[in-house]
Design a protein around this ligand. Structure first.
Ligand SMILES: [Mn+2]
Length: 341
């Protein structure tokens, strides 16, 4: 994989570009993709944004979201495949291994396009990409898109659309600027977006004050009935049966951020949520301090991510996954029972 700077001179020549992201995109995946989309459009590239799956409705306000193709919608698939096959460049944002695009993996592998990686997760499959940047020190892929625009010499192309998308990704991936990854550079980036006229509180409202009554009652039920705390391990676990999802009519995105609630309990170092999605059990992990959930997710639950935020999955039943989790927790007793910052 060559440095991303290698493509800067080529940006001037209009190309057929596909931008894609990980399945079930979050605000960073969608924000970085649409931020890049608005930038490349101004340079007269022909840009198609494709998501491997659907996304949460609280992302639909993003400028350009109405143009994003959901690869799983049958009537849009042909168009998506045509764009992937005919592309000169395929930007892969906020993921670093093609399996994160589910059924899009094969078309991405088969396309003759040059694949370009921009991502901040651990252990990238760099051999899959012609160009790219992978940097775990970055708060978000959206921050990296900002850097990409600035470093390629196009600061003047950061318009309001681009700024809104970038802000949404940086803000959510930093936990509203509270995670340790929130560097001085992040605050400078935000200051720059503000100086360009960004209305940040509007974006907060769109992302956080846009849910259904059902979702709030669902959260109440989860915290009351589905939370277990293992104090001797400084660990908390939420496990959600599929029946809860059906009862409260839970949609894509409604469970996002739930894993953070247990972390607000004093002394909790590892928070985990296991959701029975029917076809599989999805796990999310959050940690504080030195406990590395990327390693934990890779070792026990076919997943990965960042040091303090990661995901995983399992084909076993919910009860079995809960049991697996408890075993894994016990195996990590030494690390979990001592609380270090
Ligand atoms: Mn991200």
């Amino acid at each position: 994989m060559q440095s991303i700077a290698q493509i800067f001179p080529q940006l001037k020549v209009p190309k057929k570009v596909v931008i894609t992201m990980h399945q079930k995109p979050d605000a960073d995946a969608m924000g970085s993709s649409l931020g890049l989309y608005h930038f490349l459009n101004q340079l007269n590239h022909e840009v198609t944004v494709i998501s491997p799956t659907n996304w949460a409705s609280f992302l639909s306000w993003m400028p350009g979201a109405d143009k994003v193709i959901d690869f799983e919608r049958p009537h849009l698939k042909a168009k998506a495949l045509e764009a992937i096959t005919g592309a000169d460049w395929i930007f892969c944002l906020d993921f670093n291994t093609l399996s994160r695009t589910k059924s899009m993996e094969q078309p991405l592998v088969e396309s003759a396009a040059k694949r370009i990686l921009i991502d901040h997760h651990r252990q990238p499959q760099t051999e899959l990409f012609a160009y790219g940047e992978s940097n775990i020190e970055k708060s978000s892929t959206s921050e990296m898109i900002y850097d990409f625009i600035i470093q390629s010499g196009h600061a003047d192309k950061i318009n309001n659309e681009t700024a809104q998308c970038i802000y949404a990704g940086v803000m959510t991936d930093t936990g509203s600027f509270r995670f340790p990854i929130t560097s001085e550079a992040v605050h400078r980036l935000i200051a720059d977006l503000k100086s360009r006229g960004l209305d940040h509180s509007k974006i907060h409202e769109q992302l956080f004050d846009n849910f259904s009554e059902n979702r709030l009652k669902f959260i109440g039920n989860v915290l009351l009935n589905r939370l277990q705390v293992f104090y001797e391990y400084n660990t908390a676990l939420i496990s959600i049966p599929q029946s809860d999802l059906i009862r409260y009519d839970i949609k894509t995105g409604d469970t996002e951020g739930l894993v953070n609630y247990p972390l607000s309990i004093e002394g909790i170092k590892l928070a985990t949520i296991i959701i029975d999605r029917g076809e599989e059990r999805k796990l999310s992990f959050r940690s504080k301090g030195d406990f590395d959930v990327n390693e934990f997710a890779r070792k026990y639950f076919s997943g990965g991510g960042h040091k303090n935020a990661a995901g995983g999955q399992s084909d076993k039943s919910l009860d079995e996954v809960v049991n697996d989790f408890e075993q894994a927790m016990k195996q990590n007793r030494d690390q979990l029972s001592t609380y270090n910052f």
